[in-house]
Each structure stands twice: as structure tokens, then as C-alpha cells.
Design a protein around this ligand. Structure first.
Ligand code: SAH
Length: 351
């Protein structure tokens, strides 16, 4: 039996090694190579005997990703990486530089089934969830590629993290493991379109991560139209879960709100939003929607966005407009993967 070693916790790895008759101290060495030195090839693990490396290659393959394209924004240094997974499909990550350090936005699935009307990730179709090791490898390979320490992670790339719950939880425990890369739980944000039962599961774990909710509309009438998940979990249920989450963890919830011109950016929407969030420990992040070729939505004007912020603020809701990074390099979800797929099929069509 072969086992994907990058997805294994330290205890699992030790047990598996011992079951194979591999000496105990080797587990520590291998785990540190992988998760502390980010060495993703047995041949580079120089303190392992050659014979052992061969055994490990065969029994415990390192399933990782490779960089197939790198785009660097001239405007702000944002780096967009397109990774090829071992099964030949693509995922993308974006590395952004902030005052407090480097943040990576990772993907949790190949494609997405959530169907949000404005999002490019949905257009390419859903393929599969990524393993914990595949999510982790985006962080490790990116860190090596840019040559800088990545200190913050946002699960805001392609896919719905709570639709790949077990693998994402495993990823989070590996990336915060003090024997490994040891990121602070507080530096991790998980973004969801609102799979309510999973928000309660997450709450039970009492993690100190930041929960981001892609709300995008304050009423069921509107949210039903742009986010199919709302047919299943209504705005009220979602916000009740959020209130409980913020109350019990004392962590501020971050609400994402993509401003779609003429759709969800009216004064009335701002007022309704403010009244529904009243008294919750939260923050609203307004994002003028990134235009996606196949979708009809246009970003709200800067004046509209400003007016929206001022209504929220007047009603006691903290709101900011997200700085747009990497807009010259298609740095929003799903866009690069789609381009790559289009290029590939054009090339195949040429043959
Ligand atoms: N599935 C998760 C995480 C991935 S999406 C979620 O829904 O939260 C990351 C964020 O980008 C979400 O808030 C999503 O709604 C938003 N988004 C998707 N397409 C966008 C676009 N074209 N313009 C602006 N934001 C977009």
C-alpha cells in the first residue's frame, strides 16, 4: 500500500514507519525535511541512506505540485502562481505582500460546485477536492519560489473549503504544527459561501482562525439569485451561526461583499445589511467585483462604494474597501486556471 506522506500527521507517519520496520528516528528526520525545510524530494534528504530513500519513494510518495506559470504584478508585486497537480489539472495561488508579511491565498478544490454567479471558479466545473498535502504543497512550493517566508494564509482561492472539510482541517493542523512550518492559527482565514452545518462543526473545534463569510447580499431574495447555496441555507440561518461563532470564539467575523453595480449596492441594501449585522463582532470587506468575461456583472462606481461604506459606518458597522491587488494579472479566483485550460484546448485544437 502506498501512502501520501505529505498529508500525514507526525503521529501517523511515525506509526506507518514503524509498521514498515523503519527506525523511529527516521520519522523525525523525514517529517522535518518535509515540513520544516520544505524539501519535497527524497533525493534531497541527504542524511537518509540511499536504500531507505528508494523504499520511501515506493511506499510513501510525496504528492506535490509544480509551478507551470508565474505572473508578477508590475503594480504591486503580487505573484500569481499556476500549479499543476500530479493528475495534470491546475490550481492557482496568489501571494500578496502586506506590511505585516507575505500572505498566500490557496485553493482547496479543483473547480467548485457552489455556482456563485459572479465567480470564475465555478465556470470550469468541479473536479475534486484537494488532499491536505496538495493544499500544503501550494504553501511550501510558493515559499520556495518567492524566497520569502509566508506568514499568513487565506483559504480564498478556488473551491469551497467547507465542502472539503476533513482535508482542509487536516491541512490546518499540519500547517500550524510546531514540529513543522508552525504558522499561527491567528494568521489563517477560512472563507466560506455559507455551509451552515459545517460552520457549527468548525465552531466546536474552537480554533483561533478568522472566519470569512462570502455574504454578498443582505436578503434571501437577492442572495438566492446570485448564490445557489442560499437555497439551502438562508441568510437568517447563516447569520445566526455567525453570531454564535463570534460570540463563542471572540473572533471577529469578516463578511465579504462583492459590489455588483445596480444589483446589491443600493442605499437600501446597505441599510438592510447594517440592521442584520447589528451588535455582531464583525467587519465588512467591500470588494468592487472583478469582471469575469462570461458574467454580466460590473463593479460599482467608487462613489457608490463610498456611499455604501458611509451608510454602514453611520449604523455602527465597521467596513473597508478591499485594496485591489494584482488586477493586471487576473489575480481573482479561477481566472488563471481558465486561461490555461483555454490555451491548452486551443493548442490541442491546432493539432
Ligand atoms: N468558496 C469560498 C472561498 C473562495 S472565493 C467562498 O465562497 O468564500 C473567495 C472570495 O472571492 C469569495 O468571497 C468570493 O465570493 C469572491 N469572489 C469570487 N468571484 C469574485 C469576483 N469576480 N469578484 C470579486 N470577488 C469574487
Amino acid at each position: 500500500m502506498t501512502r501520501d506522506i505529505l498529508s500525514m500527521t507526525y503521529d501517523e507517519l511515525s506509526q506507518a514507519f514503524s509498521a514498515e520496520g523503519i527506525q523511529g528516528f527516521r520519522s523525525k528526520q523525514v517529517y522535518e525535511w518535509l515540513h520544516r525545510h520544505l524539501v519535497l524530494s527524497y533525493d534531497e534528504m541527504t542524511n537518509l541512506p540511499k536504500q531507505l530513500r528508494e523504499t520511501l519513494k515506493e511506499k510513501f510518495p510525496i504528492i506535490t505540485c509544480s509551478v507551470v506559470r508565474k505572473q508578477v504584478s508590475k503594480a504591486d508585486g503580487t505573484v500569481k502562481l499556476l500549479f499543476e497537480m500530479q493528475d495534470g489539472d491546475y490550481v492557482e495561488s496568489v501571494v500578496m505582500k502586506y506590511k505585516y508579511g507575505y500572505t498566500i491565498c490557496v485553493s482547496s478544490q479543483i473547480g467548485c460546485k457552489m455556482g456563485c454567479a459572479f465567480c470564475a471558479s465555478t465556470l470550469g466545473g468541479f473536479k475534486r477536492g484537494l488532499t491536505a498535502g496538495e493544499i500544503l504543497s501550494q504553501v511550501y512550493v510558493a515559499q520556495k519560489e518567492i524566497g520569502e517566508r509566508i506568514s499568513h494564509i487565506v483559504l480564498m482561492g478556488m473551491g469551497e473549503p467547507l465542502d472539503n472539510y476533513d482535508n482542509v482541517m487536516r491541512f490546518i493542523s499540519l500547517v500550524t504544527d510546531e514540529k513543522g512550518i508552525n504558522l499561527s492559527m491567528r494568521n489563517i482565514s477560512l472563507s466560506t459561501c455559507g455551509i451552515v452545518p459545517k460552520i457549527y462543526d468548525l465552531l466546536d473545534k474552537k480554533l483561533q482562525l478568522t472566519l470569512s463569510i462570502s455574504l454578498h447580499a443582505p436578503t434571501n431574495e437577492l442572495r438566492d439569485k446570485i448564490m445557489p447555496v442560499n437555497h439551502k441555507y438562508k441568510v437568517e440561518e447563516l447569520l445566526a451561526a455567525c453570531r454564535k461563532y463570534a460570540g463563542e470564539t471572540s473572533r471577529r467575523i469578516s463578511f465579504e461583499y462583492a459590489m455588483l453595480s445596480g444589483i446589491n449596492d443600493s442605499d437600501e441594501c446597505a441599510q438592510t445589511l447594517a440592521s442584520k449585522l447589528k451588535g455582531m463582532l464583525c467587519h465588512v470587506n467591500l470588494i468592487p467585483v472583478n469582471e469575469v468575461k462570461e458574467s454580466p456583472f460590473k463593479p460599482s462606481t467608487p462613489e457608490r462604494v463610498e456611499r455604501f461604506v458611509s451608510i454602514l459606518s453611520k449604523n455602527g458597522i465597521n467596513a473597508t474597501v478591499r485594496r485591489k491587488l494584482g488586477s493586471d494579472i487576473d489575480a481573482s479566483c479561477g481566472q488563471l486556471r481558465r486561461k490555461e485550460k483555454e490555451n491548452k484546448s486551443e493548442k490541442e485544437g491546432d493539432k
